[in-house]
Design a binder for this molecule. Structure first.
Ligand code: BG6
Length: 467
């Protein structure tokens, strides 16, 4: 058995995709409240009833029941995010919203009562809407100060409750979806490469300052960075395809390089020269960046293929970013290509590059589930396809550990069904727990255990032995 003692088995959720209660107890609007169709549809003026995230799965009122179910599966860790707009409703206030802080006190206390470590993402695609509209999110340097005020507030408040933190979810998403990734309200078409790199710089500085303050306020706490980890394979062994692969991988690794190593790599400075990008840095920024993260986390749903000339190949689909379709892989109902061995490759790749502990912050299969009634009149979903997916991926995590990679833990994405991020759908389900909510918003919100619930419970109980 390869999984180390103390391996952090668990699941992951994000506030905007599950909490609902979008205006309750003083919460301000977040960008997600005006993104009813995720990244595939327009932003609305005001929250609209077709936005499933406004109610989500009502985790805000049902967190006790849900965390109890996670505990029943044996979770050691729950990755969740704080909705920044619950703590600072507009984002630039000086005084936090006490009711928002109390909510997370209760959530973390519930986790701890079951021996579940909360792993908290500070910013998971849910910038306060006011900061997006008034400041253009992290494109504006002032937002660093607001973010740090928020970080210091929650570090002080939860210092006895939360030991594991992540700054920005999928920080490299800013390249593809600047609003979701960094709260930039200016439409993507109007942004230049300069704006994207400037925003990334502000996020790096914000993240590094958060690392510094975390270590001062909670000395034994650990901060991780988080990237969307979809590495590339060359479509052929043609040397130019290899060069294309190297360049595409840097699109992602650049973000982890800065946060894990504490300085800008030379390859990006050369690229900026070529592209005429001049990132404005203030005195002291380079020193701040040296506050590197303690661990590296990433989401893994797929690998990608690339080539020097991608136009001659069929395009693949993916979570926020995609490449060329890999002819050797099967795909999910949403066209995401399934590649368990790619997870072993990714873990080895990251570890070779940084030699820092790794955490698989997201992995899972989004699928259409069918709720059915069993002879004993209970309801379930026979999700063998999900079990197969997760078993195959976890077996590759085990192989990576055998390869010598230091893996701290694994969080199955959407461990309870929630609203999807890219397409804002309810029918795209990832959970071990089914939530009765339909695409049109109807449903009782009741929870039902799927077949994968018992399976994961067994995996955790045996520390991976039953895989
Ligand atoms: C990641 C995000 O990109 O992928 C999650 O961090 C998201 O928020 C997950 O839910 C799966 O994507 P989707 O679009 O299927 O929800």
């Amino acid at each position: 058995m390869s999984f180390p003692t103390g391996f952090l088995w668990g699941g992951a959720i994000a506030a905007n995709q599950c909490e609902g209660a979008y205006l309750e107890d003083g919460k301000g609007l977040s960008i997600q409240d005006v993104m009813p169709k995720g990244v595939v549809g327009p932003v609305t003026e005001e929250p609209t009833p077709d936005n499933l995230k406004l109610i989500g799965i009502d985790f805000y009122h049902r967190y006790r029941e849900d965390i109890k179910l996670f505990a029943e599966m044996g979770f050691k860790v729950l990755r969740l995010s704080i909705a920044w707009s619950r703590i600072f409703p507009k984002g630039d206030e000086e005084v936090p919203n006490e009711a928002g802080l109390i909510f997370y006190d209760k959530v973390f206390d519930t986790c701890l009562s079951y021996g579940i470590e909360p792993l908290v993402t500070l910013s998971h695609y849910e910038t306060p809407l006011y900061l997006a509209k008034q400041y253009d999110g992290f494109l504006n340097r002032k937002v660093i100060d607001f973010f740090i005020r928020y970080c210091e507030t929650v570090f002080h408040r939860y210092k006895n409750k939360v030991k594991y933190w992540i700054t920005f979810n999928e920080i490299n998403a800013v390249r593809h979806f600047p609003l979701m990734g960094a709260g930039i309200f200016t439409p993507k078409e109007k942004l230049r490469a300069q704006d994207i790199y400037q925003t990334a710089h502000h996020e790096f500085v914000a993240s590094a300052m958060a690392v510094k303050f975390l270590h001062e306020i909670i000395p034994d706490a650990k901060m991780g960075c988080m990237v969307l980890g979809a590495l590339n394979y060359p479509m052929t062994p043609h040397p130019q395809d290899m060069i294309a692969m190297m360049e595409r991988d840097r699109d992602c690794m650049f973000f982890a390089d800065v946060q894990a190593r504490g300085y800008y790599p030379l390859y990006i400075k050369k690229l900026w020269e070529k592209e005429g990008v001049h990132v404005v840095m203030e005195p002291g920024d380079e020193e701040v960046l040296r506050n590197t993260v303690d661990f590296i986390s990433f989401s893994y749903y797929m690998s990608k293929c690339t080539a020097a000339d991608t136009s001659i190949y069929e395009k693949g689909k993916g979570n926020l970013t995609s490449g060329v379709r890999n002819p050797y892989l099967k795909e999910s109902e949403w066209g995401w290509q399934i590649d368990p061995a790619g997870l072993r490759y990714t873990l080895n790749y990251f570890y070779d590059r940084y030699q820092k502990p790794l955490f698989v912050a997201e992995n899972g299969l989004g699928a259409i589930d069918e709720l059915m009634q069993l002879p004993d009149l209970t309801f379930t979903v026979l999700d063998d396809y999900r079990i197969t997916y997760l078993r195959d991926h976890l077996s590759e995590v085990e192989n990576a550990i055998e390869d010598g990679v230091d893996v701290m833990g694994y969080a199955a994405w959407g461990c309870i069904d929630l609203v999807s991020a890219s397409t804002a759908q309810m029918k795209k389900r990832y959970g071990f727990i089914y939530v009765d909510r339909n695409e049109d918003g109807t449903g009782s919100l009741a929870r039902y255990k799927k077949k994968s619930f018992d399976w994961y419970q067994q995996v955790i109980k045996t520390n991976g032995g039953s895989l």
